[in-house]
Design a protein around this ligand. Sequence first.
Ligand code: AMP
Length: 282
Amino acid sequence: MIICKTASLLHKTIAFFHKKSIGFVPTMGALHQGHIALINQSKQTTEITVCSIFVNPTQFNDIKDFEKYPITVEKDILLLEYAGCDILFLPSVQEIYPEGLAIQKKYALDYLEEILEGKYRSGHFQGVCNVVERLLSIVKPTMLFLGQKDYQQCMVITKLIDLMQWKNKLQINIVPTKRETSGLAMSSRNTRLSEDEKQKAATIYQTLQFIQQNFITIPFITLIHTAENMLHKAGFEKIDYISICRADNLMPIKKYDSNIKMVVLIAAFMGEIRLIDNLLLE
Ligand code: AMP
């Protein structure tokens, strides 16, 4: 695997490979098998795979979360080597934001940044769009690999690509969420949970499954109330949201409708750690 720390070296390296299809997996590092599932998918579908590791300061609304974000670059490099990733882009903040962090582009994300994650993490998706546009402009991939774990982020990035008018030259691939045996969605933030908290945190998945198994027969209001109780009982002190939405645009839904494909999304705190997860209701 070739490691490039600058855009200019990355351009030369990609040109050297001389391939038509380029798969790109943007990450913030602290890699786990969820990230590797994206790498594997890219390797199966494209000729070269580029992964980036960049902890993007502009997408953290909570400075403490940014400061405590796990950094494990050496282990990440080994995992990527082992997975057969071709190129790792490891830029500095200066490389991504040459004009400094204060100058940010503003994207017309409309209601997508006002609901769910957007409501609780003000400015988060603007930060995501700024870094993703910059990374896409540097890497110029033909396929982008994203995890369903960050469902709303997938929708925001799809919108960004539309706004960038890249729809015809970049295909988005959404990869299913990789889970621990307990059902807990793999996440870099899980490294900040104790073993006991990890076990309790798996209740998010059990709660999603409970909703998936009952969304046709039980009214949503009762379903969500029971789900809240399940999470509280397991030790989630704070729940940001449990929301059933349209799968195609994330508009909230109040009752079952067999004509609409739905998704249920949860964000809740185990101690200090905010966890998110979702499940399609099929
Ligand atoms: P992150 O490093 O958390 O920014 O994630 C980088 C990419 O990996 C994003 O597209 C995530 O949605 C994806 N990802 C994170 N966790 C998982 C998981 N458990 N399963 C599949 N994809 C994931």
